[in-house]
Design a protein around this ligand. Structure first.
Ligand code: FE
Length: 306
């Protein structure tokens, strides 16, 4: 199986560690490891050692998009593909691989400067079944679908598309959706991994964005957890960016809320897998009403609350 198989992990650098601790544990209901004392937050969603790390810095943004390949051969193949395409990368040393809890990794930037980490061999924690920080009705949907998806900055949709095609991702659905305050409809690309059961999209781009991260999507397998999380985030005073609705491409019933770092989180239920042929969409099933001030709000870290 060549190419990227899943969005394996994500790393964020944030200025408000205490708010993030509460956000991840009490609002999203992830598990935070209490056995590592390095000042970072190591959040779990399943049997992996971790899926999300959060560390102190002023970026308030994605600082690592962990893209998995199947094994050592595929890891070599993708390096050869990058070399022949003239794309620079740095090979992570053993100390970095140990810190990331993977066997091997390389570091590079996509055409928009987004920080990519291609790895294989993530560490599992078999003696630690997922133990959420708050009560949950169900679990997170990960497995072959990975963490979820990220909508990231691009430096031209076609340039980003070519880069992720080189990594083995494909695109099926294309939306052309009018957005408040935007001169042109959003013409996004939604790219999925080369793997049976792959999520409908793991990497998406198309919106203008100063930050690498427009939003991270995570999926729950029980609709009650979607609504409990929605209520918890609203009660904590974080703005809803896009209200509840159902997407036409990945079938997700979802909402988007502000995080403590000025980018969004999408919490979803009922996502379907990638299909196999392209199609065009200009609307969702229903809902997903954007906050009228949406473009102005993104990135305003100090004004994330009502
Ligand atoms: Fe999304």
């Amino acid at each position: 199986m060549s190419g990227i198989t899943e969005l394996g992990y994500v790393r964020f650098g944030v200025s408000k560690m205490d708010e993030w601790r509460t956000y991840l544990a009490d609002l999203l209901g992830l598990e935070l490891r209490d056995d590592i004392d390095d000042g970072k937050l190591w959040a779990r969603m399943d049997g992996w050692h971790h899926r999300i790390t959060v560390e102190q810095n002023e970026a308030d943004d994605l600082i690592g998009i962990g893209l998995r390949v199947a094994g050592p051969e595929e890891f070599k193949e993708i390096q050869a593909d990058l070399r022949s395409a003239g794309i620079d990368f740095e090979v992570g040393d053993m100390a970095l691989a140990i810190e990331r809890r993977v066997l091997e990794l390389i570091l590079l930037r996509d055409p928009a400067g987004n920080p990519i980490e291609i790895f294989h061999g993530p560490m599992m924690s078999p003696s630690m079944p997922f133990y959420p920080a708050r009560r949950r009705f169900g679990k997170f949907v990960t497995g072959p679908a990975g963490v979820g998806h990220v909508l990231i900055r691009h430096a031209g949709v076609e340039e980003s598309y070519d880069f992720y095609r080189l990594l083995g991702l494909r695109s099926e659905s294309q939306f052309r959706i009018p957005l408040p305050g935007a001169p042109e409809p959003m013409a996004g690309r939604f790219m999925h991994c080369n793997k049976p059961g792959a999520r409908e999209h793991s990497i998406a781009f198309g919106l203008p964005s100063e930050k690498s991260c427009n939003h991270l999507m995570i999926e729950v397998d029980n609709v009650d957890d979607l609504f409990v999380t929605y209520e918890a985030i609203k009660a904590a005073g974080y703005l809803m960016l896009i209200d509840l609705g159902r997407h036409a491409n990945d079938q997700a019933l979802s909402f988007y809320a502000m995080t403590p770092s000025g980018f969004g989180i999408e919490v979803a239920f009922g996502c379907g897998p990638a299909g196999g042929q392209s199609y065009l969409l200009n609307e969702d099933y229903y809902g997903h009403a954007p906050n009228a001030d949406l473009p102005a709000m993104m990135g305003e870290v100090d004004e994330i609350r009502k």
